[in-house]
Design a protein around this ligand. Structure first.
Ligand SMILES: [Zn+2]
Length: 239
């Protein structure tokens, strides 16, 4: 499609590897407004791309990373080239999108080949967030690079104990919004993000929550939790 001068870092390559390895043949990987289907052991097919300069650059970069991993991409027969959606159809598209995501997520399995437990069967509440430092990223809307912390959400297979590091958004798709916005800060406590309505209710009832910055109790706070208003909750002892 096009060439790019960009060169991927080792981390970038590793990150892609951790995204691709759990994917089964027929499974879909969807980074940066792109969708790829795994069609073989080391091959992908581009099935959908947004009609957007930033997205085309993102695809060129994905191709470079895959080249480094010695994977191949077939981008000759793209099924869908999408444009920015109109406001009218956003709600419908959101619903369709959620259904599509659910069907993708239900195909994810434990990376241990002899195990194959579906990730949806993992205890998704037991998620450990780790910060892997600043990395360059491509903003698909502007086509420009910026810098952001890279985080991974680690979950563990209940059958073979394999630890599965996930890209935060994928974890969010898998676990759903409620779990995504509930962060375990110790074995006995979690911080749960309040909605705007929940915040108003709490304050009106005379209680006070916790507004999050970037650090708490000597821990880095995962990006999706930063700038939110939370309540501290005790976890059930039985768990
Ligand atoms: Zn397993």
């Amino acid at each position: 499609m096009r060439e790019t001068d960009w060169t991927p870092s080792e981390d970038e390559i590793e990150w892609t590897r951790t995204n691709l390895e759990p994917l089964e043949v027929g499974g879909v990987w969807a980074p940066h407004g792109l969708e790829y289907e795994r069609i073989g052991d080391t091959s992908l097919r581009l099935i959908s791309i947004e009609n957007h300069e930033g997205t085309r650059e993102a695809h060129a970069r994905v191709c470079k990373v895959l080249d480094a991993l010695e994977w191949t991409v077939d981008d000759d027969s793209v099924e869908r080239i999408t444009n920015q959606p109109s406001n009218d159809s956003l709600a419908d598209q959101h619903r369709a999108e959620m259904e599509r995501i659910q069907s993708i997520v239900s195909g994810w399995t434990c990376p241990n080949e002899e195990c194959g437990t579906h990730l949806t069967e993992f205890n998704l509440e037991l998620c450990e967030w780790t910060n892997h430092g600043d990395h360059e990223f491509l903003n698909p809307d502007t086509g420009e690079t910026g810098s952001a912390e890279r985080w991974l959400a680690h979950i563990q297979c209940p059958n073979c104990d394999t630890e599965v590091p996930m890209n935060p958004l994928d974890y969010g798709y898998l676990a759903g919004e409620d779990l995504f916005y509930t962060w375990r800060i110790s074995d006995t406590e979690c911080l749960r993000v309040l909605t705007r309505e929940g915040t108003v209710e709490l304050i009106d009832s005379g209680k006070i929550g916790i507004a999050l910055g970037s650090r708490i109790r000597d821990m880095d706070i995962p990006p999706h939790m930063q700038g939110t208003y939370c309540v501290l909750e005790k976890l059930d002892e039985e768990e």
